[in-house]
Design a binder for this molecule. Structure first.
Ligand code: 9MR
Length: 351
């Protein structure tokens, strides 16, 4: 008995050394499963050029987890078009290059928004045709610059109020109610292939806004205005109801358009307490919100799954902390870029 155990040990050691020999000629099997290994649809995050450049850990996670990236800010009007006759492509190009080197798809965000408008545009003096020319030039210059490098664009971002009325933005004031349609037409004229999205938040809690977006889609289809997809931002929180999430996906999917969960994060501090304990209970609630969204997205027809993008990577990078000046932990990676427990649960959902 003792002898047979001893010989088993020897045999095992022999097998181990054999394995060691063969493993030198072959790459070792991957130790960990990353999101992109298990997701059957594009999985992404928005990224910052500064962090990509200066933070090795951030760069590593961005490069290994995702199949789609969005610039959190770098492709917005203000950074990209600082003066009337000058575009600054530096930061956005660096992100596009990062993605290209790793075979990662780029989603463009955003050609037109009421925020992040450069001062020279806000102060621009001109008649309606001059404003129209400014808008067309911006959209077409940016779309052409990234032709073949950006797969899809948020053409217009957040044009509706929660009550479903058209936001009285600079663009509406200068160009009239139908400016949205012309933005999509200008983008299509500049690039026949790129996918064109309308992107907004709050469709899960504001039924009138959701309806306004569905009406816009129906109107575009009737008038042959090009639109390929809807961006559902999904800046939600631990209290967002199952029904709201399911209703959003059901209504959006019924348009037949591609869907992009474009800016996902799940706040654990929606009331904005100065500090918040990230308790097990909050983690559990947050995980179930994430799971529901991943499961619902996974169940969509493949042709409608444009992708699922979180709004930046680690809790340290979230806009919720800087914008609301509050503590929050809304993402899948912690402040040190370690995957949180919710990450493991989503890997299981994706498998
Ligand atoms: O996360 C972005 C933050 O860093 C910027 O300061 C802000 C203004 O440009 O925009 C934030 O991103 C927004 C996105 O572009 C559109 N949907 C809402 C996002 C959060 O405010």
């Amino acid at each position: 008995m003792i002898f047979s155990r001893f010989s088993f040990l020897l045999l095992s050691l022999g097998a181990l050394s054999l394995n060691c020999k063969t493993s030198t000629s072959q790459p070792p099997p991957p130790q960990v499963v990353y999101l992109k290994d298990v997701a059957k649809f594009p999985i992404g995050a928005s990224v910052s050029p500064t962090l990509l450049k200066n933070n090795a850990l951030y760069r590593q996670v961005a490069g290994r987890e995702y199949t789609s990236l969005t610039c959190e800010n770098a492709m917005k009007m203000r950074p990209l078009h600082p003066e009337a006759t000058r575009y600054d492509w530096t930061d956005a190009d660096a992100i596009v290059q990062f993605a290209k080197e790793r075979g990662i798809r780029m989603h463009g965000h955003t050609l037109l928004w009421h925020q992040s408008v450069p001062d020279w545009m806000t102060n621009f003096q001109g008649d309606t045709p001059a404003w129209e020319a400014l808008l067309k030039d911006h959209i077409q210059t940016v779309v052409r610059h990234y032709q073949g490098q950006v797969a899809s664009w948020d053409v217009v971002n957040e044009a509706f109020n929660d009550d479903g009325t058209l936001r009285n933005s600079l663009w509406r004031q200068k160009l009239g109610d139908d400016y949205l349609a012309r933005c999509f037409q200008y983008a299509r004229e500049a690039d026949q292939q790129v996918l064109l999205f309308y992107n907004d938040y709050g469709q899960e809690y504001a039924p009138k806004k959701m309806q306004a977006i569905l009406d816009l889609v129906a109107d575009f289809k009737k008038r042959n205005i090009p639109i390929d997809g809807l961006g559902l931002q999904l800046h939600i929180n631990v209290n967002t109801s199952d029904a709201n999430i399911q209703n959003l996906f059901q209504k959006a999917a019924a348009t037949g358009l591609k869907l992009h969960v474009s800016e996902l994060d799940v706040s654990v501090n929606p009331k904005g307490e100065a500090t918040v304990m990230y308790t097990d209970e909050l983690k559990e609630k947050q995980a179930t919100r994430y799971e529901l969204i991943f499961k619902t997205f996974k169940a969509l027809p493949a042709a409608q799954q444009h992708g699922l993008t979180t709004w930046n990577i680690g809790d340290a990078d979230t806009w919720l902390r800087s914008f609301y000046k509050r503590q929050d932990f809304p993402l899948l990676f912690d402040d040190q870029y370690q995957p949180k427990a919710v990450y493991g649960r989503l890997v299981k959902v994706l498998k």
